[in-house]
Design a protein around this ligand. Sequence first.
Ligand code: ADP
Ligand code: MG
Length: 234
Amino acid sequence: MTSLSIEKLHIAYGRTEAVKGVDLRIEPGHIVCLIGANGAGKTSIMRAVSGLQPARAGRIRFDGTDITGWAPHRIAAAGLRQVPEGRQIFAELTVAENLRIGAWLEPEAALRREAAMLARFPRLEERRSQLAGSLSGGEQQMLALARALMGAPKLLLLDEPSMGLAPLFVEEIFAIIAGLKSDGVTILLVEQNASAALEIADYAYVLETGRIVLQGPATDIAENQAVIAAYLGG
Ligand SMILES: Nc1ncnc2c1ncn2[C@@H]1O[C@H](COP(=O)(O)OP(=O)(O)O)[C@@H](O)[C@H]1O
Ligand SMILES: [Mg+2]
């Protein structure tokens, strides 16, 4: 069964059409990346999948179930988590408290998952009692990712996880995302850092002003001359 299937998705803000008939599929266990310039419609697509932004037209299926029009909490309960652009951790809560909130639907699993998450992210373990607002940008991104993983998602949506991070953290974040694959987490990755995203992705879509203009195995997309010229700084 396909993990995520988007058909003819249209999203509009008033009279501004941001997404104009997008089709996209993700097979279970795959990392699929969505590449596109600022304003192409990447975040809008993610928010529509999470239920945060209504679709003007089109269908969204998750694990074969039509979730179009579902409320965000219902989509989350079905096993989907989004790490939004800009992270949005709770700055006034500690690292550990932020993590526990990620397991709000399954409080009985929270302690076990928290231990697993702290083992996986040593930087967070060292700072578990610190206020999240005192973390560096890279550490906050890790916390946002760990908080999403506290919900044991089947499908994870990552919106620009490397944005604004120092190069060392960029490498670390991509290594962590690549590592999630071995746990069987399916991932939709939106990135400006196209070369790093294509390195860990199985399949890629290129979005231009609300339309998919190119798709294929990530290795093919990484070798595409137009992609190299426009997105890979070639
Ligand atoms: N809340 C909003 N109200 C009006 N226009 C919006 C809103 N959010 C996004 N847009 C517009 O929709 C288009 C796509 O935006 P977005 O999905 O954020 O693109 P991306 O994530 O690829 O940068 C842009 O032209 C943007 O200005
Ligand atoms: Mg965006």
